[in-house]
Design a protein around this ligand. Structure first.
Ligand SMILES: [Zn+2]
Ligand SMILES: [Zn+2]
Length: 368
């Protein structure tokens, strides 16, 4: 007999332990679907959500990245975002957010990531507002009409697909819409978490001549080396003299600085450093400052004297998730993505979250 209820990890109160709760499983909404959610990724953002750093409603089932198997299609749900026919039993991934389609950002500025009214699974869909099972840290999730659903990449290990499930589309948005990596460029990536590794891996795929990853701690850099991501790896996180590491980065670029520096560190101080790592006339693409971590001191002369293009990038749309899934077979053939992932069963969510918080795993994924 198939389950009539679903278990999910719920954020009830900020800074309190999460709770595993059971909810009734509704029938699939019109043009939506119920997915048996085998994999729910833990993203750095989830730590901030749990700590109340972002204004979100509670109680809330967490998890904005997932992969699972279609259990039930609602009336009118027949195809995925690419036009492929969908049926029960198909493995799918889905985009975390649905843009409203009517606000100025959506309708006039053609920037749906900047939508003021985005609804995001695992972030702003409270259990009190629509189906409770609206996050991927669960054994089932209810996907609403308008969700970008795409069949999972054939022949790719689900853990490999989950390795960059949020970081990958985030970086694809940055590289497709904001500043591409060009053939033969020297690229510096600041940060060695999933976003940094996604940036480095995509830069390599795009034909960068050299990719220097500057991050830390050593365990994370070693994981990157083992996965084949990045050409040069420098630890700045544990350096007693960060300036020495920065000059090592600069000499690694040939002395003049990188054509493109991609910030994926998330700490404000990294921006002041990153501005000094680009060559004159180069670009600085800032992706990592997703949470407001406060002010920092920087020297704006660097921007003018180096004549830098300083570019920000926020989030991604369903189209970028589809692009990620389309790239996965190539990405997984070149890099050992599954080696970046540590799976945890759903009921060990607290251990998984602690492991992400203390940096002892690169990427934790809850499995059910
Ligand atoms: Zn995320
Ligand atoms: Zn909108």
């Amino acid at each position: 007999m198939t389950a009539q209820t679903g278990r999910a990890v719920v954020l009830e109160e900020f800074n309190r332990p999460l709770a595993l709760r059971e909810f009734d499983l509704p029938s699939a909404p019109d043009r939506g679907m119920i997915v048996t959610c085998g994999y729910g990724g833990i993203c750095g953002t989830d730590l901030h959500l749990q700590r109340g750093h972002l204004p979100i409603p509670t109680p809330l089932v967490l998890g904005h990245e997932g992969l699972g198997v279609v259990r039930e299609l609602g009336p009118g749900a027949t195809h995925d975002a690419t036009g492929a026919e969908l049926g029960p039993g198909d493995s799918v991934m889905w985009a975390s957010s649905i843009a409203c389609g009517t606000c100025p950002a959506c309708r006039l500025q053609r920037e749906p990531t900047l939508c003021e009214n985005r609804r995001t699974y695992g972030v702003n869909r409270s259990t009190l507002d629509g189906p409770a099972l609206s996050g991927s840290w669960a054994d089932h999730i209810v996907l609403q009409p308008g969700t970008t659903v795409v069949k999972a990449a054939e022949g790719v290990d689900p853990l490999a697909a989950m390795s960059l499930a949020c970081a990958g589309p985030t970086v694809i948005h940055a590289l497709y819409e904001r500043r591409p990596v060009r053939l033969g460029e020297v690229v510096v990536v600041q940060g060695s978490g999933p976003v940094g590794l996604a940036a480095a891996a995509f830069a390599q795929l795009a034909g960068a001549a050299k990719v220097i990853v500057v991050g830390g701690p050593d365990e994370r850099l070693e994981l990157a080396v083992k996965a084949g991501i990045g050409d040069v790896h420098l630890n700045i996180a544990d350096a007693t003299d960060p300036d020495r590491v920065l000059s090592e980065v600069r000499s690694g670029t040939g002395g003049e600085g990188a054509d493109l520096v991609i910030e994926c560190a998330g700490v404000p101080q990294a921006v002041a450093q990153g501005l000094t790592l680009a060559r004159r006339g180069g670009s600085y693409l800032v992706i990592g400052q997703y949470t407001d971590a406060g002010d920092t001191v920087l020297n704006p002369h660097q921007i003018v004297h180096r004549q830098l293009n300083v570019i920000g990038s926020w989030a991604f749309t369903g189209a970028h998730l589809v692009e990620y899934v389309r790239l996965l077979p190539t990405l997984a053939a070149r890099f050992n993505l599954a080696s970046l992932v540590t799976p945890f069963p759903l009921d060990r969510h607290a251990d998984a979250l602690a492991a992400v918080a203390n940096g002892s795993v690169m990427k934790a994924v809850l499995t059910s």
